[in-house]
Ligand binder design. Structure first.
Ligand code: 6R9
Length: 664
């Protein structure tokens, strides 16, 4: 963090809209203190207020971080789909629009009411049941950002199956890995996706995935939606055994499916995410706790009110899409927006054009998109009427103050609150964020903890809270959370020890985020970035280990080391150093092959921007690659390389500096 970003540029809260009966900062502080003094009572009251229970729960929180056996509202029975859909219909809101979908082409708009949603989700749920899906099964969902994706997630929740959504930008290899790791017997996909006027051949990729690992043995049925379904037309994709034409099957179903009665602690979904080591982890979120946390944070962070049109433009393939496209807005009975395209198609005014046409009231995106759009100047956001927006949100990585100011001043015309929401796949929803009209903003800081979240800044070595401020009055360390909250993931599927080791046993008594943080004199949180080997490219989490293992799979590569490099738009880009096996030589063709390999193994978004072939890597005598040194070299911080004396061959450092300099 630079000195500049720490400058306490506080945007006066008077500029930010204050809701009716809005709380003051002191009210927040009081309620926050109450929420962390007794989280169990705080969340129990919220769970009674915000969710409908078939059987009430007797206890809020049970278990703790030490044992790794946290539960919320266990014994209470509910159904999350019923809560997100049916109860709004029963309350007389059946004709209220639940979803507004805007496809790749701006003219492709669909509006779906709560009643229509209940019927369609029921039909999909019945189709799943007919295909053999049972309570507790894992259904892998590989779909583009179309309403059927959200509906399929809700249909799974309705029948008690766990959805495992795989982002449609992932490759066949990555899809296969996730089907296999979860022993998933069902795959739901589509013939194609559309983005920026181009077709993405999802079914072909799914077909390729089925040929890998044990997927074909595992899969009982593959249900295929058609992006432009026409019952009269020929199959628009290459068929394989076990394929089912999903739109046809769905149309045959009864439009009501009774919701399964689930325990609060029954799994709602799995979502695979990258960690610092090994293969992606399948984090499991539960029904009651996750649903409550999604509903609560959506309403509080975004000041959600009746009549709002809430637009989170993330893809459902990521946690942001789960919590803030599907579950959060629908659990609140609001109208959610689903967006299939990109911020620059057909031109860089797309977002603001949508805001104007649909009268969007909350708009939520990632800093990488804001930085990209900033480059096209003020002309686009200025051209459109964005006055319906009250809250602008940012998520995925720290937002640099320049991008924050542009978002606030040019997009929000100095009238909206910008909420900088810090959270993770593991946390289920926002854990540190400002609240509209309540928390004064500081561009670049995600500000103060959300209710019930007891943040702690720990000394990374001692594992105890940092108690001594530095000369500026700041506390610096790793970010941890000391008390359980309902939205936290409960386990990694089939790998509870890995869950404990990664999150709960690193620092005893704390949940460890993997991020480092500075707490300023006002208690504001400034996220510095990951302390582990996890990269954040355009807001996408990628483990260095995943990219390295894709690279070494090439016959010519002996060793690979991957680090993040600062990138103006993506936040970070990937820099890879590869050492070739004896007798192989460097060529442009090889570099292209390696890029393609990563594309094939993980997905296009993980492809390195820079691949350098080097004679060797900076290794310790015990053979450990010192990534710290590579990081400094790609960041051009060669004056602060630190101790290089433990390197087996210190002369390699100069060779690498030279290589990086000549690449740029
Ligand atoms: C929601 C999501 C989580 C990691 C997290 C951190 C980074 C997310 C941030 C932020 C600073 C913010 N991150 N939001 N850093 N300010 N507002 O992105 O989940 O994909 O699991 O990534 O993203 O490093 O640890 P996920």
């Amino acid at each position: 963090m630079t000195e500049k970003s720490l400058a306490p540029h506080v945007i006066a809260k008077e500029i930010a809209p204050l809701g009716e009966g809005a709380m003051s900062l002191d009210d927040y502080k009081q309620l926050y203190a109450q929420s962390i003094a007794d989280p169990s009572s705080f969340w129990s009251a919220e769970a009674q207020k915000r969710l409908d229970w078939f059987t009430p729960f007797q206890q809020g929180l049970a278990g703790d971080f030490h044992a790794g056996d946290v539960t919320w509202f266990a014994g209470g029975k509910l159904n999350v789909c019923y809560n997100a859909v049916d109860r709004h219909v029963l309350a007389g809101k059946g004709d209220h629009v639940a979803m507004v979908f805007e496809g790749d082409e701006p003219t492709d708009v669909r509006k779906i009411t709560y009643l229509e949603l209940q019927r369609k989700v029921s039909q999909i749920a019945n189709a799943l049941k007919m295909s053999g899906v049972r309570k507790g099964d894992v259904v892998t969902v590989y779909l583009p950002m179309i309403p059927e994706l959200a509906m399929t997630m809700l249909a799974c929740a309705r029948i008690g199956a766990l959805h495992s959504v795989v982002f449609a930008g992932f490759s066949a290899e990555a899809l296969a890995q996730r089907i296999s790791a979860a022993a998933s017997k069902f795959l739901i996909t589509a013939d194609q996706g559309r983005r920026g006027g181009k077709s993405i051949p999802l079914k072909d990729i799914a077909n390729a995935a089925r040929e890998k690992l044990d997927c074909e043995e595992l899969l009982e049925q593959v249900l295929v939606f058609e992006r432009f379904y026409d019952p009269e037309s020929e199959l628009p994709y290459e068929q394989m055994p076990k394929d089912v034409r999903m739109d046809e099957l769905v149309a045959e179903q009864r439009p009501y499916c009774p919701p399964e009665i689930m325990d609060s602690e029954d799994g709602l979904f799995l979502l695979y995410t990258s960690g610092s080591t090994g293969k992606p982890k399948g984090l499991m979120h539960t029904s009651g706790g996750y649903a409550l946390y999604a509903a609560f944070t959506t309403q509080n962070t975004f000041d959600l009110r009746d009549g709002d049109l809430f637009a989170c433009v993330a893809d459902c393939g990521w946690i942001t899409g789960h919590t803030y496209v599907v579950y959060g807005p629908l659990l609140n009975g609001s109208t959610t927006f689903l967006f299939e395209s990109t911020p620059v198609y057909p031109d860089p005014g797309r977002y603001w054009d949508m805001v104007q046409r649909h009268k969007i009231t909350q708009f939520y995106t990632a800093p990488t998109a804001i930085r990209l759009l900033m480059r096209y100047g003020d002309e686009y956001p200025t051209k459109y009427d964005t006055s319906t927006v009250r809250v602008l949100g940012s998520v995925g990585e720290p937002i640099n103050p320049e991008a924050f100011r542009w978002y606030f001043e040019v997009v929000g015309k100095n009238k909206c609150t910008v909420v900088d929401t810090y959270w993770q796949t593991e946390t289920g929803g926002h854990v540190v964020t400002n609240f509209p009209g309540i928390t004064p903003m500081k561009p670049g800081s995600c500000t103060l903890p959300s209710y019930g979240i007891a943040t702690a800044v720990l000394d990374p070595l001692a594992g105890t809270p940092v108690t001594e401020p530095d000369e500026k009055g700041h506390y610096e360390g790793v970010l941890a959370i000391s008390k359980p909250w309902p939205g936290m993931a409960r386990t990694c599927i089939n790998a509870h020890q890995r869950y404990l080791k990664t999150y709960l046993h690193v620092y005893k008594g704390y949940y460890f985020t993997g991020d480092s943080v500075i707490l300023d004199q006002d208690g504001y949180h400034w996220i510095i970035g990951r302390v582990d080997d996890v990269l954040n490219v355009s807001g996408h989490r990628i483990g260095t280990a995943e990219v390295e293992s894709a690279l070494v799979a090439h016959g010519a590569v002996a060793q690979a080391a991957v680090v993040g490099q600062p990138h103006e738009i993506k936040g970070q880009s990937i820099a890879a150093f590869v050492m070739l096996v004896e007798g192989q030589s460097e060529s442009e063709a090889l570099v292209n092959e390696l890029k393609n390999l990563v594309r094939k193994d993980i997905g296009g978004f993980a492809s390195p921007d820079m691949i350098l072939v080097t004679p060797s890597l900076p290794m310790t005598r015990s053979g450990k690659i010192m990534r710290r040194i590579l990081r400094k070299i790609v960041c051009h911080e060669v004056d602060s390389l630190g101790d290089t004396s433990t390197l087996a061959d210190p002369s390699i450092v100069d060779v690498l500096i030279e290589k990086v300099a000549s690449f740029n």
